[in-house]
Design a protein around this ligand. Structure first.
Ligand code: URA
Length: 241
């Protein structure tokens, strides 16, 4: 991306600050200050370009989605709380740091969100995995809920809702609603590609949510697809079409 093109798109998201992989920690306690955070590491951008390519095979697409999700985890987990831990090295005793408390839950939105889970679990193998099942009604483009199973200690966990595409935002808002209804409190959304419309809709309904994206695209087309996007992420992950 050229910076200029990004800036134009970002101008459209007038009420939100866009943060390029950086967080304003002074705002962490402000519950109405959810951010859009672009994870624009060169490796991420490189891999996103490959998954956009319509000639990329299902196998490669799948592998790259996992890799991008894993690389994004570096940023999404940046503010996790740490606590001291005693460690005995071969040389001496010391105090290291360990993740505090109940840690994480990742919640893929079925089905395309599944494509991101393994990439994150490779880095955070003890994270619990919940599932939210939503599909988009092809006529209304509104989400319909058909499944929800979350860890029973969800209220104590940092929750990352996973969906490769943030399009209209309807599914994301419905997924966040569902997770909140089940007690989830510390929720972030992780998408590979977002449309400005989706970002606005999520922040209109859930202003405190941080949204992590690898790319912010131009717009939605008349069929609710992100432009330029990558097509239907579920179809490309699972080879259905
Ligand atoms: N879902 C997708 O998989 N792709 C889009 O472009 C929009 C929604």
């Amino acid at each position: 991306y050229e910076g200029g093109r990004h800036d134009q798109r970002l101008d459209k998201i007038k009420d939100k600050e866009f943060s390029k992989g950086e967080r304003d920690t002074s705002c962490e306690t402000n519950t109405n200050n959810g951010k859009l955070i672009l994870v624009d590491h060169p490796l991420v951008q490189h891999k996103v370009s490959i998954i956009r390519d319509k000639n990329t095979s299902v196998k490669e697409f799948r592998e790259l989605v996992q890799e991008i999700a894993g690389l994004m985890a570096y940023e999404t987990t940046r503010t996790l709380a740490l606590e001291p831990i005693d460690v005995e090295t071969p040389i001496t005793r010391t105090v290291g740091k360990t993740l505090q408390g109940k840690k994480l839950a990742v919640v893929p939105v079925l089905r395309a969100g599944l494509g991101m889970v393994e990439g994150i679990l490779r880095l955070i193998p003890n994270a619990k995995v919940g599932h939210v099942g939503l599909y988009r009604d092809p006529e209304t483009l509104e989400p319909v809920e058909y499944y929800c199973k979350l860890p029973n200690d969800i209220q104590e966990r940092d929750i990352f809702i996973l969906d490769p595409m943030l399009a209209t935002g309807g599914s994301a808002v419905a997924a966040i609603d569902l997770v909140k209804r089940q007690g989830g409190k510390k929720i972030s959304l992780v998408n590979l590609i977002a449309a400005p419309e989706g970002v606005r809709r999520v922040h209109a309904s859930h202003p405190e949510i941080d949204i992590y994206v690898a790319a912010l695209d131009e717009k939605l087309n008349d069929h609710g697809y992100i432009v330029p996007g990558l097509g239907d992420a579920g179809d490309r992950l699972f080879g259905t079409k």
